[in-house]
Design a protein around this ligand. Structure first.
Ligand code: SF4
Ligand code: SF4
Length: 354
């Protein structure tokens, strides 16, 4: 099971697609439950992911959790600005660090604030220099200003990240000006990335493009609905001790599960999500897995939003499937199997479907 633990509702950035810190009446900025409460539901085989707000603003709580609980894996989703403040004895125990960057520096700074790109890259270089060997994932938010080919390539070429992952900001923001025109460009960019990815495989390099590798994993192994596991294998613990299905859905009624003090482990283990149309009748369901529980329920852009995300998801799935034989032949040339490309190995909060 994956537990996403908010360490604070506070953030030190105010990104254009997010809005910065939570209202402390909704997500308090300090943790209001005890470690014993946490131990009631979290077991030693679970994955613990620190989240926020900016989780590193509450380093003390992260250290307390890591000192007092056992987890099979540790994960953090951070904006990267405070990575250098984490003591190596804790940092080096983190298995996956997801760092928010949107691609090229101008785009990242436009969305996240001036100078953010440079500072975050500097911090990643520093932790690498000082011996961090874990999985660093560049977690991109894709907006109408993104060029998927250019921005993914840019991050790959920095040679700092084991994996690149992205999420489309559809529905979270104002409707896009040229949604369908952008989607056509996105598909062309994805096809170009796929071509180059296969060529690189033939040369013996596995570029960590998480959505390609995640779809491969779903083709090989199935997986939960939604692929991120929200509400069925992945649960989020807010600072006030509320347990919710999805880390983004902190107030939505459908996401509320109960309080950490009262909920039982058995209750969480037996939870399944209810799936609605159009996914029930969709031939892509097994791999797409409804893509995202939040968008499946909150259809903020109405029917057009559903069509837009589905069009992108179906294109990605078809792209991987159409190239499956090519990918197989490329990996066999370098002595690997298809399953060696599958990612993530465990639920590390990479949601798979962008
Ligand atoms: S492609 Fe769309 S309709 Fe099909 S399973 Fe995914 S989200 Fe549901
Ligand atoms: S993919 Fe959707 S359901 Fe899953 S964590 Fe993200 S917002 Fe929540």
């Amino acid at each position: 099971m994956l537990f996403i633990i908010y360490t604070t509702g506070r953030c030190n950035l105010n990104c254009s697609y997010c809005g910065g810190s939570f209202d402390p009446r909704i997500v308090p900025w300090n943790v209001e439950y005890t470690l014993d409460d946490l131990k009631n539901v979290v077991g030693r085989d679970d994955v613990i992911a620190f989240y926020g707000g900016e989780p590193l603003l509450n380093l003390k709580f992260i250290e307390e959790v890591m000192d007092n609980l056992s987890a099979s894996r540790w994960v953090i989703q951070t904006n990267g600005l405070l990575l250098h403040t984490m003591d190596k004895s804790y940092l080096h125990r983190i298995d996956t660090i997801l760092v928010s960057l949107d691609g090229r520096s101008r785009l990242t700074d436009k969305n996240r604030g001036r100078g953010v790109y440079e500072k975050v890259i500097e911090n990643i270089k520093k932790i690498r220099r000082e011996g961090y060997r874990g999985d660093i994932v560049a977690r991109m938010t894709i907006t109408e200003d993104s060029d998927i080919y250019q921005d993914v390539k840019h991050l790959l070429l920095t040679d700092l990240f084991n994996h690149i992952h992205w999420q489309l900001s559809f529905i979270w923001t104002r409707p896009w000006r040229n949604l369908w025109g952008w989607i056509e460009e996105y598909k062309i960019g994805l096809a170009r990335l796929m071509n180059e990815w296969i060529n690189r495989l033939r040369e013996g390099f596995v570029d960590g493009i998480a959505p390609f590798q995640g779809v491969l994993k779903r083709i090989i192994e199935d997986g939960p609905f939604p692929p991120c596991g929200s509400g069925a294998g992945s649960f989020t613990i807010l600072t006030d001790g509320r347990v919710v299905s999805c880390p983004i859905a902190v107030s939505e009624e459908w996401s509320q599960i109960g309080s950490l003090k009262k909920i039982s482990r058995e209750e969480l283990e037996s939870r399944r999500n209810v799936i609605h149309e159009p996914c029930i009748s969709c031939s892509y369901l097994k791999i797409c897995g409804v893509r995202c529980l939040y968008t499946h329920i909150e259809r903020l852009w109405g029917e057009e939003g559903v069509e837009a995300v589905c069009s992108c998801s179906k294109y990605l799935i078809d792209l991987v499937k159409e190239n499956l034989e090519e990918i197989k032949s490329a990996v066999s040339e370098i002595g690997l199997e298809l399953r060696d490309l599958a990612y993530p190995e465990y639920n590390n909060t990479v949601e798979i479907m962008p």
